[in-house]
Design a protein around this ligand. Structure first.
Ligand SMILES: *Cc1c(COP(=O)(O)O)cnc(C)c1O
Length: 236
């Protein structure tokens, strides 16, 4: 299948899953995970209807930005972000989805203050409790959400998670359900400030329909759109 056909298929699957649970399909954004893809492929995806691109690597993203690769789409950062690279990301992307520590949150706040702008962020939750993964342990989330909401140059938009690799189809449903509950809890705790907290970014190629049924508002899909990825070392 062509890229355009894959995009149409994934969008149709998202819409069907939404309708199954009585959700409006327009509430859900398909973010294309564009890591390792060429500028040409990114442009073709946007021409075929992709409205959000999610990038993992600062260097790749910077090169694509210089090429104007994302023109016509919104850019999100979804990968692990080191504090020394924050300056290449803050103010250049609409949303940093992967804020998984207080250290990183502080660094983004400082850079946004320096640039005199407000950076939209999601807090990344380590929902599987995996030691190898970044992200905030669920029990530390309420305190960090308060810090994020109070930071003058940050706007907390919601939560993101990358659950463990599922061993069986549907294996991540319990994690998605937990994320939906954390999302509801954060919204509730924010009271009057919750109107901006409307993003729950869960679900990838193998499980995005489960994520939509569980309440995802953003799914991050790579392989199901672009096919298997070339090795990460390849220069874009
Ligand atoms: C690569 C990536 C995805 C998409 O993964 P696929 O399984 O290829 O759909 C989603 N989220 C993040 C953070 C990623 O790095």
């Amino acid at each position: 299948m062509s890229l355009a056909e894959n995009i149409a298929q994934v969008q149709a699957n998202i819409a069907a899953a939404a309708l199954e649970v009585g959700r409006d399909p327009s509430e859900i954004t398909l973010a294309a995970a564009t890591k390792t893809q060429s500028t040409e492929t990114i442009r073709a995806a946007i021409a075929a209807g992709i409205t959000v691109c999610g990038e993992n690597r600062v260097q790749e993203m910077t090169a694509h930005l210089e090429d104007n690769a994302y023109q016509g789409a919104e850019l999100h950062f979804i990968g692990h972000l080191q504090t020394n690279k924050v300056k290449y990301v803050v103010g250049r992307v609409a949303l940093i989805q992967s804020v998984g520590s207080q250290h990183l949150l502080n660094a983004i706040e400082a850079q946004a203050a320096k640039l005199d702008l407000v950076q939209d962020i999601l807090l990344e939750v380590n929902i599987g409790g995996e030691e190898s993964k970044s992200g905030i342990p669920p029990q530390e989330l309420p305190a960090l959400a308060v810090l994020a909401a109070e930071a003058p140059h940050l706007r907390l938009r919601g939560l993101m998670a990358i659950p463990p690799v599922a061993r069986t189809p549907g294996g991540n449903r319990p994690f998605f359900t937990q994320m939906e509950q954390l999302f509801v809890d954060i919204r509730t705790s924010m009271g009057d400030n919750r109107s901006h907290i409307n993003c729950l970014s869960i679900g990838m190629s193998g499980d995005y329909t489960d994520a939509v049924r569980a309440g995802a508002t953003i799914v991050r899909v790579g392989t199901a759109l672009f096919g298997p990825r070339p090795p990460m070392t390849r220069k874009a």
